[in-house]
Design a protein around this ligand. Structure first.
Ligand SMILES: CC(C)(COP(=O)(O)OP(=O)(O)OC[C@H]1O[C@@H](n2cnc3c(N)ncnc32)[C@H](O)[C@@H]1OP(=O)(O)O)[C@@H](O)C(=O)NCCC(=O)NCCS
Length: 208
């Protein structure tokens, strides 16, 4: 059971990252209901994400999951709030009994240097000491954390239609606490985004 990272945030909220080393059959045997996904690796990621929900909270009712028009999965009775992400051979999930949550996992790649101006403002480049178009050799991790942070906010919100540059404003990084302060203007929310760096992976989550 390759749980790669697990974090009990409090009594009601848990998150985990699963390193996918199992076959599709393993997950299918454990995840009774899931949507059809054509691409085999994406199907495996999807199954692993669903599997994690019950790994974190054994009474998680998979069978009640519905998908909103925005493609956000949810439980109509809100017994749990949850969010799922996958990248490469990793799947991540956060599940909470009482708070809205959003999670994102990313593998840092060089391409981030050419796209970061699309989701970060000039002010954010300044705050986080980034050079546009050139994050520097071996430092793809930092802008990827910022991308992941905004994706986590997008998923926490869940209703889509978010302008990442204008509406998700990253204000300050607290390196020791591994948090980023954020103002999400669409819902007028002050949010604290948590992040973690791993060797070839970054994780961000929001709960509020
Ligand atoms: C929908 C989106 C969040 C998916 O992200 P991704 O990097 O492709 O994939 P991830 O693996 O991290 O997340 C996929 C999971 O997110 C969840 N998800 C999908 N749509 C969602 C939504 N609107 N809200 C919350 N969660 C959502 C699902 O659980 C999905 O996994 P599943 O289908 O297996 O259950 C992303 O593609 C997206 O649209 N982001 C916004 C992009 C944008 O607006 N950019 C503009 C600025 S550049």
């Amino acid at each position: 059971m390759p749980i790669f990272f697990q974090h009990q945030i409090n009594d009601d909220t848990r998150l985990g990252i699963w390193k996918i080393e199992e076959t599709e059959e393993f997950f299918k045997g454990n995840v009774p209901l899931h949507r059809d996904v054509t691409h085999p690796h994406k199907r495996l990621q999807h199954l692993a994400g669903r599997f994690l929900l019950q790994f974190l909270f054994p009474d998680f009712p998979y069978e009640l999951i519905q998908i909103a028009d925005t493609r956000k999965p949810f439980l109509p009775n809100e017994q749990y709030h949850f969010s799922i992400s996958h990248c490469g051979d990793y799947a991540a999930a956060i599940v909470s009994r009482d708070k809205r949550v959003g999670i994102d996992v990313e593998i840092p790649v060089e391409k981030i240097g050419t796209v970061m101006y699309k989701f970060l403002t000039a002010k954010e480049h300044e705050i986080f000491s980034l050079i546009p178009g050139n994050p520097g050799i071996n430092s793809y991790q930092e802008p990827t954390i910022l991308w992941s942070a905004k994706e986590a906010v997008f998923k926490w919100y869940g209703d889509g239609g978010v302008d990442f540059r204008k509406q998700i404003q990253l204000l300050k990084q607290n390196e020791g606490a591994e948090t980023i302060e954020c103002f999400f203007s669409k819902s007028q929310s002050d949010l604290t985004i948590h992040y973690r760096r791993f060797d070839h992976l970054v994780l961000a989550w929001v709960m509020s």
